[in-house]
Design a binder for this molecule. Structure first.
Ligand SMILES: Nc1ncnc2c1ncn2[C@@H]1O[C@H](COP(=O)(O)OP(=O)(O)OP(=O)(O)O)[C@@H](O)[C@H]1O
Length: 329
């Protein structure tokens, strides 16, 4: 089978997404295990489904197990099944998801959450391509293609002893990293327009236009929740705006809060917050530091203290103070 897929369900034209499409097309036709890595909401689940859809197994089952959604003692039975009476509560024989995925694809989401005890069993299933149900005597041969995903740095998990290195190496045959949205800002516009159309269609209305100032905010924001956060924001904004133009953003409080506290994927340092605040106050005071109506008075610090802070935080370069020409704000 020839795989010349360009994955229309994956929106974006950044080099990162072009590279991702290339990797997907390369691996989809093979039997290889794929390891999808990326922050929450970057599209790992979407990519896993697209790989299955474009693989020779496309007409076979595509089964998902979310390793974080179940308590440790239930994951084994969820994955490998159990025989009737094998433990208290096992009133019926249950076929596990591994067996259900036979001939198809098994998506192991949040693999970093898999309990250590079970990791050895998973490794065995991956290597031997056979499983045993809990309490079962038979060894069941299977033909399952595994796609695993994690938003954790698995090599760090290995270093901390929380993830088996042998399993990591077995899964890491074909790693695919999906970069966070803030590192591929050129995809934001296309994604926003795509989600606008998608949700407008569902609501039976014409997709509104996104005002320039809103688009600029979308492009400037750091998106800690990645594409999922953008999708939710667009849906919310559509619900709140009945007219033909989205001219306001409806960030949830949580999103807004994260936006102010985070920069990139880390919390802002005290100096960064201090710098931003001093800059804003200087703008309000039109660059005046000392004297009445100056920033030092507003911030309740002696002008000499503020001057040394401005120097230390490198603000003078970013914003002229005291009677120097003001930039456009
Ligand atoms: N490039 C993209 N094009 C279109 N939709 C996207 C893209 N990336 C993500 N999405 C959409 O964003 C939402 C979140 O993506 P998805 O659930 O695949 O993320 P994830 O990485 O699996 O998240 P988590 O780690 O939290 O499980 C989904 O609705 C998905 O369809």
């Amino acid at each position: 089978m020839e795989f010349t897929e360009n994955y229309p369900e994956i929106i974006g034209s950044s080099p990162a997404i072009a590279h991702l499409r290339g990797l997907m097309a390369q691996v989809a036709g093979t039997q290889s295990t794929v390891l999808l890595l990326g922050e929450t909401g970057t599209g790992k689940d979407l990519v896993a489904r697209a790989i299955h859809r474009s693989s020779p197994r496309r007409d076979q089952p595509n089964i998902t197990v979310n390793c974080a959604a179940l308590p440790a003692d239930l994951i084994e039975s969820e994955l490998f099944g159990h025989e009737k009476g094998s433990f208290t509560g096992a009133s019926e024989t249950r076929i596990g998801k591994w067996e259900l995925a036979d001939q198809g694809t098994l998506f192991l989401d949040e693999i970093g959450e898999m309990p250590l005890e079970l990791q050895a069993k998973l490794l065995r299933a991956l290597q031997e391509r056979e499983i045993e149900r809990i309490g079962g005597k038979a060894v069941i041969p299977t033909n399952v293609r595994v796609i695993a995903a994690s938003n954790k740095d698995l090599s760090a998990e290995v270093q901390h002893g929380r993830f088996r290195s042998d399993l990591f190496f077995r899964l890491n045959v074909f790693p695919v990293t999906i970069p966070p949205l803030r590192e591929r800002k050129q995809d934001i516009r296309a994604l926003a327009v795509f989600f606008m159309k998608k949700y407008a269609e569902r609501m039976g209305r014409k997709a509104p236009r996104i005002a320039g100032k809103v688009m600029r905010k979308l492009l400037a924001y750091s998106w800690p929740g990645n594409v999922r956060e953008l999708e939710n924001l667009i849906e919310r904004s559509l619900l709140m705006t009945p007219g033909p133009v989205i001219d306001q953003l409806f960030l949830s409080r949580h999103d807004e809060y994260l936006g102010t506290v985070m920069t990139g994927n880390r919390v802002k340092t005290i100096d960064e917050v201090l710098r931003e605040h001093i800059l804003q106050v200087l703008k309000l005071c039109e660059g005046k530091v000392a004297g009445p109506g100056g920033a030092a008075e507003a911030l309740r610090v002696p002008p000499t203290t503020l001057h040394s802070m401005i120097k230390r935080l490198g603000i003078r370069k970013a914003y002229p103070t005291d009677h120097q020409p003001l930039p456009e704000s």
